[in-house]
Write a protein that binds this ligand. Structure first.
Ligand SMILES: Nc1ncnc2c1ncn2[C@@H]1O[C@H](COP(=O)(O)OP(=O)(O)OP(=O)(O)O)[C@@H](O)[C@H]1O
Length: 612
């Protein structure tokens, strides 16, 4: 039995017993479905995308109030004249989606720029404001609410009973889980996962992180609004209470307790918390009397215990246990495989990357002082210098991570100063990082396929509907090719975080190569590699140079650099103190002085030997 079979068995079992369950169980299950829909949106937003929101209840309220207003307002009835009442809930759904989309996009554009704890604080702020807004707007019934919300009618069939509406709720939930699962298993899903690691890496892979963050935010808000629409037509009456901040916090609990990075964790979390609250409300008053609100306290304590014991939520533990009995799903053989776009490499000897008198100041500190350097197609240029010389700062300037205070950066003959790193990536710049930036829990192949992100075109809807398979097969095939080329074939399917640090650096090189770059920036690629692995890396770089790539490498291993580089630029205290061939640089007294005089930096063997 595979996981897929188990999911199917769950759906069939639910469908089979649905007609025989007592009314109370059907109602509870319908609520679980409604909550799980919101929590699944939060899994995407918080667990996968790394943005915490306490304010999702506000969007549930938006969806609920939008349809309640459309269905009950005399103003709408007057304006629409003789519209069939059966159409009103559907109009309400459309209205709710449009309103939520506009509000979420607007709120996202303003608040998602904030980082750290400011974003969650903002979600609390609008979670509170929406609640008071719902309660204070007269045309929404104030704190009394809106009564007389009609039932949904589909093809003449009224969904007035929870038993019939519950089928729709679970149908919508399962469809949403399927679509989100497909989205996460695609090029776009990899980009969403990359958001969690911060902007720098994802942007360097060509992902417009600002836009993706807003899109995930809007997606989660729309799922909450959909839940609100279903809720309003199930309850047939709404007031502001179910959309207050407490409930927003509960939604977050559901996602986190279930397992914030896992879609089925949302269902588990919603079920657990709904059932737990139900039980506590029944059991505690009979034990402790009904004078205190003890269930809230016990609920809080139980949540603490669960989170203390299962920091990643309960789903990963369950999945691990289940994994012992379930067979892994065999990957389907790819059908049609697209050819990925592949820009021709520039002619050998052409300058592909150029820094002209680049200066970077941090307050009074000059980290780069008018540094000029160029990289030509078909050469390896090394940038060396003692610790703190300004190499990483320079790397950031020439890859769009940071802007120079003065000077100019040109890539492929285009002025790039002030442009974001995704535009550098689009012009053919691939890079690795001094501090490895991989998605540690994802497989090596997924990490490497992220590097090919900008070579794909398929968007969110196509991914959700699985219309991206030919492109996805091509991206994965490209990733596998680069992994094999870098000598990591046996590790393609293991989590990237399980590899040794040196190997993780090589995964980063494979990821950069998957983007078919013309220029490669490598930040300390040999650090942590053993002798044979270094030799293999040197051979790979040699081969890439022969293919016509322009490579700039920052490296502390002098033997590696001296044997490999065509040209070397030496930085000290932010300024260039020498440049030339390895032989010229090794003979330069300023270089010897910089290294031998350095306190922190061990004198590079190759340089010292030359001096002797
Ligand atoms: N964001 C920053 N704000 C202030 N100072 C900074 C910042 N980034 C770097 N610096 C300073 O700029 C100088 C150059 O640092 P940089 O990290 O570029 O050196 P490096 O040559 O890459 O060193 P290493 O080999 O240790 O990585 C250092 O003095 C560092 O403290």
């Amino acid at each position: 039995m595979t996981r897929r079979h188990l999911t199917l068995a769950f759906i069939v079992a639910l469908a089979a017993v649905w007609g025989f369950l007592p009314d109370f169980s059907v109602t509870v299950l319908s609520y679980i479905g409604l909550y799980a829909l919101v929590a699944a949106g939060l899994v995407m937003l918080t667990g996968v995308g790394g943005m915490t929101s306490f304010g999702q209840a506000a969007f549930v309220g938006t969806g609920a109030y939008a349809t309640a207003w459309i269905c009950t307002s005399p103003l709408v009835a007057g304006a629409l004249g003789g519209i069939s009442p059966a159409l009103l809930p559907w109009l309400g759904l459309l209205f709710g989606i449009v309103v939520t989309f506009i509000i979420a996009w607007g709120l996202g554009a303003i608040t998602l720029r904030l980082s750290g704890h400011y974003l969650p604080l903002c979600t609390i702020a609008w979670g509170l404001s929406f609640y008071f807004l719902f309660g204070n707007l007269e045309f929404l019934g104030g704190h009394t609410g809106v009564a007389g919300v009609p039932a949904i009618v589909v093809g003449g069939l009224s969904l007035a009973s929870p038993r019939s509406l519950g089928v729709v709720i679970w149908g919508v939930l399962l469809l949403a889980l399927w679509a989100l699962h497909n989205l996460l298993d695609s090029r776009e899903g990899r980009a969403i996962r990359a958001l969690k690691t911060g902007r720098v890496m994802a942007e360097s892979m060509g992902v417009d992180t600002g836009r993706y963050r807003i899109k995930v935010f809007v997606l989660a808000a729309l799922m909450a609004a959909l839940s609100g629409w279903l809720y309003a037509h199930m309850q047939r009456f709404i007031n502001p209470t179910p959309f207050n901040l407490n409930i927003g916090i509960e939604y977050l609990f559901m996602a986190v307790v279930g397992g914030a990075g896992h879609l089925w964790g949302a269902v588990l979390g919603a079920a657990l918390i709904t059932l737990l609250k139900e039980q506590l409300q029944d059991v505690l008053p009979s034990l402790l009397g009904s004078s205190g609100n003890f269930e809230v306290i016990v609920f809080g304590l139980l949540m603490l215990v669960v989170l203390q014991r299962f920091a990643d939520g309960l789903w990963p533990t369950l999945a691990r246990l289940g994994g012992r009995f379930l067979k892994p799903v065999a990957p389907r053989p790819p059908g049609r495989v697209l050819a990925l776009p592949e820009a021709a490499l520039p002619a050998r000897g052409r300058t592909v990357l150029e820094a002209k008198a680049v200066t970077k100041r941090f307050g009074g500190l000059v980290a780069n002082d008018a540094v000029s350097l160029d990289v030509k197609a078909g050469e390896i240029h090394a940038l060396i210098g003692p610790n703190g010389a300004g190499k990483s700062t320079f790397f950031n300037m020439i890859s769009g991570v940071d802007d120079p205070t003065e000077g100019e950066v040109r890539l492929m003959d285009k002025a790039m100063t002030g442009k974001p790193s995704r535009e550098f990536a689009a012009l053919g710049l691939g890079r690795t990082f001094q501090h490895v930036r991989l998605l540690g829990q994802r497989r090596v192949i997924e990490n490497v396929a992220l590097g090919a992100h900008r070579r794909g075109r398929r968007g969110w809807i196509a991914s959700m509907l699985r219309l991206d398979r030919a492109e996805e097969a091509a991206l994965l095939a490209e990733a596998r090719r680069q992994i094999e080329r870098c000598g990591l074939a046996e590790f393609a399917e293991v989590p990237a975080g399980s590899l040794a640090l040196g190997q993780q650096r090589v995964v980063e090189i494979a990821r950069a190569l998957a983007g078919h770059p013309a220029v490669l920036l490598l930040d300390e690629p040999a650090a942590g590699l053993r002798h044979l692995e270094k030799r293999a890396l040197a051979m790979l770089l040699d081969q890439l140079r022969a293919e016509g790539l322009g490579i700039l490498v920052v490296e502390h291993d002098m033997e590696f650099v001296m044997n490999l580089a065509d040209r070397i630029t030496v930085l000290e205290f932010g300024a260039v103190i020498a440049r030339g061939t390895p032989a010229e640089v090794q003979a330069d007294p300023k270089v010897l002085d910089a290294y031998l005089g350095g306190v922190d930096e061990p004198a590079p063997k190759a340089v010292v030997e030359q001096a002797a």
